[in-house]
Design a protein around this ligand. Structure first.
Ligand code: HEC
Length: 108
């Protein structure tokens, strides 16, 4: 058991060092290029969900992990909202990470 965890630790260390795990990080610049379709709702202060009627949440400055987990939940159908589910249905984990990194940043 002990040897196994040492081996695993050195493999993940090697992956980290080679940059192979870097794709786990959100890339805000790439996220910005994916975010144009979100802006029609999320960047408009007066935008409302039609039924029931409530304000579309503002995403700028929200917690990155929260945003990512929300997007995954829509995609996996754990969080119900037909429009948001349709928005992210075809996006990859990396796309969702990048979008979360972009919206969590200060520059939006
Ligand atoms: C047609 C309007 C519309 C578009 C386009 C849209 N959204 Fe949404 N989004 C909503 C609404 C309405 C909600 C609130 C849904 C709910 O009650 O769960 C929401 C919720 C969210 C949430 C959860 C926010 C929170 O505070 O919990 C995230 C994250 C999100 N959207 C990201 C995105 C991203 C990323 C895109 C583009 C790929 C996008 N949305 C496109 C309308 C939209």
């Amino acid at each position: 058991m002990r040897l196994k965890s040492i081996v695993l630790a050195s493999i993940s260390g090697a992956l980290l060092a080679s940059g192979a795990l870097q794709a786990e990080e959100g890339d805000a610049v790439r996220g910005e290029s994916l975010a144009w379709s979100c802006m029609g709702c999320h960047a408009v202060e007066s935008a409302r969900n039609s039924y029931p009627s409530y304000r579309v949440p503002m995403l700028g400055g929200q917690n990155e992990l929260y945003l990512y987990q929300s997007l995954v939940a829509y995609r996996e159908g754990q969080r119900e909202h037909a429009t948001m589910q349709a928005q992210v249905r075809s996006l990859s984990d990396q796309d969702l990470r990048d979008l979360a990194a972009y919206f969590a940043g200060d520059d939006d």
